[in-house]
Design a protein around this ligand. Structure first.
Ligand SMILES: *Cc1c(COP(=O)(O)O)cnc(C)c1O
Length: 484
């Protein structure tokens, strides 16, 4: 890259990184005060945050972050499930800089296009399963799922079946935070605000074996959970259902890995009733589960795939929908105008960032590594946490993993005694994790990670040791409270 006259000099990059590492340069209290005064954060209790003050992140490198007080943190969550290639990738900054200098923006409306968007669409199609030959770009995962809703309804309209309008989703799924995204999602807390879900979206139970599979084998539970889809189709009327949407592995819901029998049975039911299948791979795509797309891992053949997050490793916002031939052929041959799109659909800078991000994933063989090296190693090491007295159940898939904190262990995961939700044990545990420099997220009493795909075996060891320490500290705290 040194030959590129538009690239920022190495000295400049180094000086920025170095000054960012100097906590003395930051007045944390002043930043927090200004933050509280003016910045309304997403999914946040504003008053509560204002009382505590936000943690100010200032720098990232590889799998580590530094805050404004100089504290180093191991980022077990890849930012928010997205920084797949890790922080501090100068080649992405350079690709973005070059594109900004050349053409920072042009839209794709009015019969125009731009080079990075064309190259990225072709690249994504080459990486995607064979039934995909087209891409619709958006600015985020939420917008991509909005696009899905409009696209599947348009598809059935064009086929002369406008009554096929309903989309079936699942409780505790996450599909974004726009009106359609939040409606497709199955989060009670979100539905409770703003009159959601909108009409025409219904939900079935999630394939959560730990919660719902007591007394059954995992395989039997997977078939049962899939049968809820057929039940719902018959209840709504098979000729009124447009599509089913699901995350291959539920992310925000708590890293819920479905039984092996679940997805093939869902596919069979969708095929039986001719219903479109949408795989929301905003988290699962781009190597997170050891394949470019998790649909390959679970042996399903979706008609639409939602992507975002890992497509740019979060360096610049970008999302979209991979549109399978079944849908694209109808939209193209019979559609006329599709009256939908965004100012930033196919944003040249975002697409340039994605192309460089994908080049890194390919050149460093990160997807393959997660599949056959670091992913299995994480699985083996993460499972050892299952012996901790506070852990009822620990499992992983590729580079997502989760464990359940329980009051009392039992030989069978379903027989563990749970804490009361009101005790907030997950949040207590998360406090110890952050305090010790480990970013691990709490979903109720399930502690979850989704580390950057660049994490090495040695770093996996470092992370597991850190998690174990924090679990010990949490356990001692709960003992002192008399809760265990
Ligand atoms: C994050 C996420 C979304 C929403 O993406 P945004 O870019 O935040 O709009 C949608 N689906 C899944 C599965 C996600 O994890």
């Amino acid at each position: 890259m040194a030959s590129n006259p538009l690239a920022p000099s190495a000295a400049l990059v180094a000086s920025v990184k170095q000054s960012a590492a100097q906590p003395a340069l930051y007045d944390t209290a002043a930043i927090q005060k200004l933050d509280s005064a003016h910045y309304l954060h997403p999914f946040t209790d504003f008053q509560d945050l204002n009382a505590k003050g936000a943690r100010v992140m200032v720098r990232g490198d590889g799998i580590y972050l530094w805050d404004s007080q100089g504290k180093k943190l191991l980022d077990g969550m890849s930012g928010l499930w997205c920084v797949n290639v890790g922080y501090g990738r100068t080649s992405i900054s350079e690709a973005v800089y070059r594109q900004m200098e050349t053409l920072p923006f042009y839209n794709s409306f009015f019969n125009t296009t731009n080079v990075p968007a064309v190259l990225l669409a072709a690249k994504l199609v080459a990486l995607a399963p064979p039934q995909f030959n087209h891409v619709f770009f958006t600015g985020s995962g939420s917008e991509a799922n909005d696009t899905n809703l409009r696209m599947v309804r348009r598809y059935w309209d064009l086929l002369g079946q406008p009554e096929r309008h309903t989309v079936i989703s699942r409780h505790n799924s996450y599909h974004g935070s726009t009106v359609a995204g939040a409606s497709l999602g199955g989060m009670d807390g979100m539905h409770a605000q703003g009159g959601l879900p909108i009409p025409g979206i219904v939900h079935i139970g999630q394939p959560n074996y730990f919660e719902g599979g007591k007394g059954m084998t995992e395989d039997a539970f997977g078939l049962l959970a899939a049968s809820w889809l057929e039940q719902k189709i018959l209840e709504v009327g098979a000729d009124k259902v447009a599509a089913f949407i699901g995350e291959p592995v539920q992310g925000a819901g708590g890293v819920l890995i479905p039984p092996a029998t679940y997805w093939p049975e869902i596919q069979r039911i969708c095929d039986k009733y001719g219903i479109l299948l949408i795989a929301d791979e905003v988290i699962c795509g781009f190597g997170r589960l050891g394949k470019w797309f998790a649909s390959e891992l679970f042996g399903i053949k979706p008609d639409l795939i939602t992507f975002a997050k890992g497509v740019t490793s979060g360096y610049i916002p970008l999302g979209g929908v991979l549109v399978g031939d079944r849908v694209a052929d109808v939209l193209i041959a019979k559609g006329g105008d599709f009256n939908h799109g965004f100012t930033y659909s196919g944003h040249p800078v975002a697409c340039a960032a994605a192309l460089e991000n994908i080049r890194i994933l390919e050149d460093e063989k990160l997807v393959q590594k997660v599949f056959d090296d670091t992913g299995p190693y994480l699985k083996e090491r993460f499972a050892t946490l299952g012996t901790h007295p506070l852990v009822g159940f620990a499992d992983s898939c590729g580079f997502v993993a989760g464990l359940n904190l329980v009051r009392k262990k039992a030989a069978e995961a379903h027989d563990c005694e749970l804490f009361d939700a009101g005790q907030g044990v997950g949040m207590i545990c998360r406090g110890y994790m952050f305090g010790n420099g480990m970013i691990m997220r709490a979903v109720g009493d399930r502690m979850i990670i989704a580390p950057p795909l660049v994490m090495s075996r040695a770093q996996i060891d470092e992370m597991i040791a850190l998690i174990r320490d924090c679990l010990d500290q949490t356990y001692a705290d709960l003992q002192a409270r008399g809760w265990v």
